[in-house]
Write a protein that binds this ligand. Structure first.
Ligand SMILES: [Zn+2]
Length: 344
């Protein structure tokens, strides 16, 4: 069978379903792709646009889209009139109603070269409610041949009316083995590390949480120190968790966590993954480790704590992550977390 959407790794079911839809001219008018940054949402949108416009689509010897014809090349270069993006690299905190209205107007006004016109809203979760309401009307009755694709890290901030009018695609996260084989194929750094320092490669891949774009970014020069720094913070926190740890040590481990909200959220998520490993290892299931490099390290650390304590700490960390979204002062949040763990 023809290879499809070759620029997107994994996600085979989605690739089959959406490439069939483009081929059969049955692509939904409104799509919503969700997944973390680096999970391939933008690549998928681009592959759909390229497939719809590929001049070599009927050549069964070539992948679909071919990636080589003039249309494919223009789309990959961001130089094709029938695919427009909103919210890309704008650096703004929200997408407002004015921007949305202009974007919507273009859907009705601009002439098209092809039978499909694509309007992609990046970071659609940054749309204000007013902007989302302005989008609703056009989602209900889009102009002929217009396809609207929303890309979002999560659907939490989208109105239910938006969600109900779009076809939802959740980007796949990679299993460890699949991630390993994909990154070693894509990145020479990964290929080399796999031979010279497989433990370090494993640490990077685990830290990516199965997001291929994140793994590749981490494999670039530089950020690996950052990863190690983050792992060290998680480890000192985890090591301060046993009940016998003096409060001063636990408090210090909490206060050593980053004070910037985004960074703190990242580290707390990582801590949650590590605690889950510790719980899993106690249950002696075959679930693979997601933070610790080997089960024996996790076993050793978890031996100092019972399962009930681990689950309570997991809940405390979870509620700290939720409080971060409620604008609680970071220092208060960290102190509170230390006190609550001490009382467990
Ligand atoms: Zn092509």
């Amino acid at each position: 069978m023809k290879k499809r959407f070759t620029r997107l790794f994994g996600n085979n079911m989605t690739k089959r379903r959406l490439s069939d839809a483009v081929m059969n001219l049955s692509l939904p008018h409104a799509l919503l792709f969700t997944g973390p940054s680096g999970s391939g949402k933008h690549t998928l949108a681009t592959e759909i646009a390229a497939a719809a416009n590929c001049l070599m689509a009927s050549d069964s010897a070539l992948p679909y889209p071919c990636g080589k014809c003039v249309n494919c090349k223009r789309i990959y270069d961001g130089n094709f009139p029938d695919i427009s993006f909103l919210g890309k690299d704008s650096g703004k905190a929200t997408i407002g109603v004015e921007e949305l209205r202009d974007f919507r107007e273009n859907m009705f006004l601009s002439a098209s070269e092809s039978q499909y016109k694509f309007y992609v809203i990046e970071n659609a979760d940054l749309m204000t409610s007013a902007a989302q309401n302005a989008l609703l009307k056009v989602l209900e009755e889009p102009p002929k041949n217009v396809h609207i694709i929303l890309l979002a890290e999560s659907v939490d901030k989208l109105l239910s009316t938006i969600k109900s009018r779009t076809q939802y695609v959740q980007m796949e996260l990679f299993e460890y083995d699949e991630l390993l084989s994909s990154v070693t194929e894509l990145s020479s750094t990964a290929e080399a590390l796999n031979v010279t320092d497989p433990e370090r490669l494993k640490a990077i891949l685990l830290a990516s949480g199965g997001v291929i774009g994140k793994a590749l970014e981490m494999l670039g020069d530089g950020p690996t120190e950052e990863i190690q720094g983050k792992r060290d913070l998680v480890m000192s926190f985890i090591q301060a968790l046993p009940k016998k740890t003096p409060f001063s040590k636990l408090y210090a481990a909490c206060m050593a966590l980053p004070t910037k909200r985004d960074e703190l959220r990242d580290v707390l998520e990582e801590i949650r993954i590590a605690i889950r490993d510790l719980i899993v290892v106690k249950l002696a299931t075959d679930t693979p480790m997601a933070f610790f490099l080997t089960e024996s390290v996790a076993e050793e650390i978890s031996s100092g704590m019972n399962q009930k304590r681990l689950i309570t700490v997991y809940d405390i960390v979870t509620s700290a992550i939720e409080d971060l979204d409620k604008n609680v002062v970071v220092a208060t949040l960290l102190t509170d977390m230390a006190v609550r763990i001490k009382h467990t």
